[in-house]
Design a protein around this ligand. Structure first.
Ligand code: DQA
Length: 149
């Protein structure tokens, strides 16, 4: 089972960027945690970060046939991008949305996600652990779907 992990804009700055909000874990460390968790669950995770909406969209389109699910932290595009939402819905792969910070404790403009309505679920507020929790939820869902299908 292969999972695509997508990180959106500014997440390459993790560790440096507003550590009081996003923590001190770097993106490389997040990716290492995710890959280790994936391995322990018997699957593979490929992690990609981009600051560009179109690149993220291209990766979502290319995921068809290569991956069984997508774990995404779309960063600020969460709150703005109808295109990412449509792309994720268009490829039809199960999606779990994750955020390091708790969106609902923050500014009102972060309370709306374009992705949430087409995702299986959203995990928000557990720092880097949001990714490992999200990955576990996604893989558990895929195991259940495969078992029943
Ligand atoms: C974020 C929350 C977003 O509102 C913000 O724009 C980010 C990071 C998070 O992981 O907490 O870039 O997605």
């Amino acid at each position: 089972m292969n999972i695509l992990v997508l990180h959106g804009p500014n997440l390459n700055l993790l560790g440096l960027r507003e550590p009081e909000i996003y923590g001190s874990t770097t993106l490389a460390e997040v990716d290492a945690m995710v890959k280790e968790m994936a391995e322990s669950l018997g699957c593979r995770a490929d992690c990609i970060q981009s600051n560009h909406e179109g690149n993220l969209l291209d990766e979502i389109h290319a995921a068809r046939g290569q991956y069984q699910g997508i774990l995404i932290n779309a960063g600020a595009y969460t709150h703005t991008s109808l295109a990412l939402r449509d792309g994720l819905a268009g490829v039809g792969l199960p999606v779990v949305e994750v955020h390091l910070s708790n969106l609902y404790k923050r500014e009102p403009f972060r309370h709306h996600s374009y992705i949430a309505p087409i995702a299986l679920g959203q995990i928000s507020g557990f720092g880097a652990e949001s990714y490992t929790l999200g990955l576990r939820a996604l893989v558990q869902h895929l195991i259940c779907v495969n078992a029943s299908g």
